[in-house]
Design a binder for this molecule. Structure first.
Ligand code: FBP
Length: 283
């Protein structure tokens, strides 16, 4: 791994302690919308500004883009391009439930396809702060404390027997073929529903127990809700590095060519067998 990639991950590690602490007193909304038209929380803006400032100071970073800012910030002349969702699942602030920080490190100017990711990962603000980090085809899980990362598991792979399923969007808005697939998944008594309304929390359950997470295409939103650069690609990269699959419904999310920075994409990630079946169901 290049020194600059390592530096990006170190900065995110150190910043996560401040982002977590910064949630206190910042659970209200600001009078602004993000580029996807969603109301921003004070903590969204705080986390974005913190990461922007810190990542811009790294010599190897050329661009920083986030779900919370319209434009790409040109920050240097390095060869790494960092995209982040600084606070994924911030609607969970009000109820004090899990949230995360998602990041993708690309080697091409943004917007870029997931095939140009050199590393990606996420921080989970759960009862403890953890990170799942993928690069060079492997995933490592860490516990984060005092700005340091401690390895808790190397070569993380999805368990063979899938246990968890969680699907976003309102059921009446699901296309009929997706709904039929879901009914089949939940008819298996070995499968359990887990849905917390923060992608990182839900995806981390899949990485831990095996299964499938999806935020699918909806009847009136054929590209779903989640953003390709900031959510779909990094999560697809992590799950594929852990031996699973990602899909937009027909192919790996990483193969989707972006048109615009804030493009959305249907997200389905999890055990290979379940994603294969999903693609067959949506054919
Ligand atoms: P934000 O990045 O704006 O927080 O939105 C993303 C997200 O919160 C995901 O983390 C989660 O999977 C999804 O939206 C939940 O959406 P819904 O409220 O429709 O279930």
């Amino acid at each position: 791994m290049s020194d600059a990639v390592e530096e990006v991950v170190d900065v995110i590690t150190r910043s996560s302690a401040e982002i977590r602490q910064g949630l206190v007193g910042r659970r209200g909304e600001v009078d602004e919308e993000n580029p996807s038209g969603e109301t921003q929380a004070e903590a969204d803006v705080f986390a974005d500004e913190l990461l922007a400032e810190r990542l811009a100071a790294i010599e190897g970073v050329a661009e920083y883009a986030s779900e919370e800012r319209v434009e790409i910030s040109q920050v240097g002349d390095g060869d790494l391009y960092v995209a982040a969702d600084p606070l994924d699942g911030s609607s969970n602030l009000k109820s004090n439930n899990t949230m995360g920080t998602v990041f993708g490190i690309y080697d091409e100017p943004l917007p870029a396809p997931g095939t140009s990711l050199v590393a990606a990962g996420y921080v989970l603000y759960g009862p403890i702060t953890t990170m799942a980090y993928a690069h060079d085809g492997t995933v490592t899980k860490y516990e984060l404390t005092g700005g340091e990362r401690t390895v808790v598991e190397e070569d993380v792979t999805l368990p063979d027997e899938p246990l968890i399923y969680g699907f976003g969007g309102r059921v009446p808005d699901w296309p009929a073929d997706f709904e039929a697939y879901v009914r089949e998944i939940e008819s298996n008594p070995d499968h359990k529903l887990r849905y917390g309304g923060a992608m990182i929390g839900d995806v981390n359950q899949v990485l831990t127990y095996g299964g499938i997470f999806a935020y699918p295409a909806l009847e009136d939103s054929p590209r779903g809700k989640l953003r390709l650069q900031f959510e779909g690609n990094p999560i697809g990269y992590v799950l594929e590095s852990a031996g699973g699959r990602s899909s937009d419904g027909t192919r790996s999310i990483l193969e989707v060519e972006p048109d615009e920075l804030h493009d959305r994409v249907p997200v389905h990630v999890g055990n290979t067998e379940l994603i294969d079946r999903l693609e067959t169901a949506l054919e």
